[in-house]
Design a protein around this ligand. Structure first.
Ligand SMILES: Nc1nc2c(c(=O)[nH]1)N[C@H]1C(S)=C(S)[C@@H](COP(=O)(O)OP(=O)(O)OC[C@H]3O[C@@H](n4cnc5c(=O)[nH]c(N)nc54)[C@H](O)[C@@H]3O)O[C@H]1N2
Ligand SMILES: Nc1nc2c(c(=O)[nH]1)N[C@H]1C(S)=C(S)[C@@H](COP(=O)(O)OP(=O)(O)OC[C@H]3O[C@@H](n4cnc5c(=O)[nH]c(N)nc54)[C@H](O)[C@@H]3O)O[C@H]1N2
Ligand code: SF4
Ligand SMILES: [Mo]
Length: 686
């Protein structure tokens, strides 16, 4: 028997914990602590602990599949890639689209966007950040000149006040939750705002249960109080920001008094006042947020409101301060950094700036890459597929499952069925792959080398622990082989992930000083522009990333969600996650230790709402919106605000996304997963 430990990075959330994969007789059989990892110091959450269980699942994809007469038939790599290459050639340009993946490595994301732009010649390349932190990327870039989390995870423990809004950190980023608990132990005070009394909200000294979609009003009331009482950081505002007067004009309006905001949010005015007072008087205060802030038609407004508050109080660029936008997927930060977005190449170099396009063409040694225009983001792509059939005819989807994760699933299905050709590359035959013409089997994180970038911009290594099952190959190998079949040998000459990383460092300024050797055990936080540079755990210390170095205030008015309750649909539906499951469940539902904890979905209803509807705990009910309906078990609990109901979106058998609204933020194109109008009905007894 041969045993070894292979240190690697967790494939689930954006915290970026390290652990050892335990390998026995060439197969991964467990996870063991990696004590020296600086992020999690040997600790993991349940998902990390069981991140080995799905790896050798019996139904891993092991061979390419081609659909013939409606059923999948096993095919050789040559056969499958020849077919894909010929179809993607046929539909070159804007008739095709590619979706990259926050689940795969930086190298693989870099190659996917390069493949889309070089071989498919399409500007239509995007990925799930669109459903997640697109508002952050746009909002923080507008305010600070850089769209990323400003601090390091460890730094959270040094705050003396934490404002936790729209993140259930203890369940969704458990090892960041640990830093919150460390701060609390040190005596930090915690304010939490969430329509649900989550395990994270339970840590709070002041808890504000508010209606989904009322975040801007709450922030504005805080700022009105601060300005009215002259508690702003005058020096910071004067030296480091601009447009303060514009902000002041809006937040001082009578609409944003505590009394009025209490009506909008449903939180008592005294509670909001106590929270604002505590916040305004903090020495080092940090806002932590995630999807509760971003997934709205006003997602960018919400993010800019967070930035406004932090600039007004001077809580940036110092230990214990900052804007902690907690990125979700293990490598969503990296997928954005690598340019798997409709508007930028790697390092956020804009596709519409002609010099940038020229730079890429020169680097890649090719004259005719995709036009320098912004492509279709995921959400708009689905709209085009469903509503303008024939405009986009072919799609290449790697490591995403829009048939469960996108809003309004009937609409998504209609769109995907309109495609003439769909190729899906995944580790499992997920709901999206079921609709594909060709399925390509990929290696998972434990079966390949590469890097991923966590929420604190820390780039860390994955290390191969076992061979992929059957004929499955690493995503970078598949993309390389496909590009070569299409005649781009010169642009895609790679024989290892490390070779790809070297090219990433060459074309991406913020990664310029990185190499596999330097990443070693601790990784490096970008920007790291030169081989001598130590990396940058805290951003915006002296100045912001705008050319003039100043942060920009944006005055924001509160707007309600696109769909608000009415007589027909009287409740607000909000959606999210639980600690045991991961998104569309492809990995966690194949992990017995996790699946048995929460084996199916539910809908949380406040006891008063349940009573009015005559609904008992655990009873099956019908949840209905303008877009669809699902049957789901009720969970009657006073841990949700009256008037709001909550569903996790992990479960296809009662998929929340049959109900959600695909109304989009006008700038970030993120959908409103966090608020739509719903009706709950009792199911008539047979
Ligand atoms: N176990 C597990 N962990 C995960 C994931 C997973 O699927 N499973 N996914 C990962 C990913 S990709 C992401 S993006 C993160 C997401 O992490 P989170 O954002 O923490 O998770 P969510 O459950 O989507 O939503 C967070 C909270 O927002 C609250 N909320 C609802 N409506 C509103 C609102 O209008 N305003 C505010 N302020 N709050 C509201 C919800 O009640 C919920 O408690 O988690 C990551 N971690
Ligand atoms: N209602 C509602 N819907 C939501 C949200 C919400 O809060 N509410 N949140 C949204 C958010 S924040 C996100 S991030 C999205 C997530 O949406 P998705 O990214 O579509 O969801 P995942 O289940 O993570 O899908 C990832 C896919 O990658 C595959 N995969 C894993 N590893 C590899 C690999 O190495 N190679 C390849 N090729 N494939 C691999 C998995 O098997 C899976 O099929 O969901 C969004 N949808
Ligand atoms: S906190 Fe996130 S990165 Fe850490 S072990 Fe859990 S899922 Fe993995
Ligand atoms: Mo996400």
């Amino acid at each position: 028997m041969e045993m070894k430990y292979v240190p690697t990075t967790c494939p689930y959330c954006g915290t970026g914990c390290g652990f050892n994969l335990v390998v026995k007789d060439a197969k991964v059989v467990g996870v063991a602590p990696w004590h020296r990892n600086p992020v999690n110091e040997g600790k993991v959450c349940p998902k990390g602990n069981y991140a080995w269980e799905f790896i050798n699942a019996e139904d891993r994809l092991t061979t390419p599949l081609i659909k013939k007469d409606g059923t999948f038939v096993e095919a050789s790599w040559d056969e499958a890639l020849d077919l894909v290459a010929s179809k993607l050639k046929q539909y070159q340009g804007e008739q095709s689209a590619a979706l990259s993946s926050a689940r795969v490595s930086n190298e693989e994301n870099y190659l996917m966007q390069k493949f889309a732009r070089v071989a498919m010649k399409t500007p239509n390349i995007d990925h799930c950040a669109r459903l997640c932190h697109a508002s952050t990327v746009v909002g923080l870039a507008g305010a600070f000149g850089s769209g990323a989390m400003t601090q390091s995870i460890k730094d959270i423990a040094d705050a003396d006040v934490l404002f936790i809004i729209g993140t259930n950190t203890l369940e969704q980023h458990p090892l960041i939750g640990r830093r919150i608990m460390q701060a609390k132990k040190r005596g930090a005070k915690i304010i939490a705002a969430d329509p649900r009394y989550t395990p994270t909200a339970k840590l709070a000294d002041i808890y504000m249960p508010f209606y989904s979609g009322t975040d801007v009003a709450l922030f504005n009331s805080f700022m009105q109080y601060i300005i009215a009482n002259d508690l702003q950081d005058k020096e910071f505002v004067e030296k480091r920001t601009k447009d303060y007067d514009k902000l002041k004009e809006v937040v001082m309006k009578p609409e944003y008094s505590f009394e009025n905001v209490s009506k909008i949010t449903g939180v008592p005015a005294e509670t909001i006042k106590a929270a604002a007072e505590l916040y305004a008087n903090a020495k080092a205060a940090n806002v932590l947020y995630s999807m509760g802030i971003t997934q709205h038609t006003v997602g960018v407004d919400n993010v800019k409101s967070v930035a406004n508050l932090q600039m007004l109080t001077g809580n940036l660029g110092r230990p214990g301060t900052g804007v902690c936008a907690l990125r979700g997927q293990n490598n969503v930060q990296g997928a954005c950094d690598m340019g798997a977005l409709a508007n930028v190449y790697s390092g956020y170099q804009s596709v519409i700036v002609p010099e940038m396009r020229k730079k890429m063409q020169d680097m890649w040694g090719i004259e005719d890459i995709a036009e320098g225009k912004v492509g279709l983001p995921v959400t708009r792509l689905i709209n085009v597929l469903a509503d303008e059939p024939g405009k986009v005819k072919a799609a290449y989807i790697m490591g995403e499952n829009p048939m469960v994760s996108d809003p309004d699933l009937h609409h998504v299905e209609k769109g995907l069925r309109n495609l003439e050709f769909l190729v899906v590359q995944d580790i499992f035959l997920n709901e999206t792959a079921a609709l594909a013409d060709v399925v390509l089997p990929a290696a998972c994180y434990a079966e390949k080398d590469g890097t991923q970038t966590s929420t604190e911009r820390r780039v860390q290594l994955w290390r191969k622990a076992q061979e992929p099952p059957g004929q499955a190959k690493a995503d970078w190998e598949i993309i390389t082989a496909l590009a070569q079949k299409m005649g781009y040998e010169k642009q895609f000459p790679y024989t290892s992930a490390e070779e790809v990383f070297k090219e990433v460092a060459k074309v991406t300024p913020s990664y310029g000083g990185m190499s596999y050797e330097r990443l070693g055990i601790e990784g490096l936080c970008w920007p790291c522009p030169t081989p001598e540079h130590p990396g940058t755990p805290i951003l915006h210390k002296e100045k912001f990333a705008h050319p003039d170095g100043l942060g920009i205030f944006t005055p924001i008015e509160w707007k309600p969600p696109a769909e608000v309750p009415d007589e027909e649909y009287p409740l607000i539906l909000t959606t999210g996650r639980c600690i045991w499951q991961w998104h569309t469940g492809t990995m966690t539902r194949r992990s017995q230790s996790l699946e048995r904890e929460e084996p199916t979905g539910w809908i949380e209803i406040n006891p008063e709402d349940a009573k009015a509807l005559g609904i008992k705990d655990k009873e099956m009910v019908l949840a209905k919106t303008r877009r669809g309906e699902v049957q789901v078990g009720a969970r009657v609990t006073d841990e949700i605000k009256k008037g709001v109901v909550f569903m996790p979106f992990h479960y296809i058998e009662c998929a929340a996304n049959f109900l959600t609204n695909n109304a989009l933020d006008p700038v970030a194109s993120i959908p409103e997963f966090k608020a739509c109008a719903v009706r709950i009905e009792k199911i008539a007894e047979a």
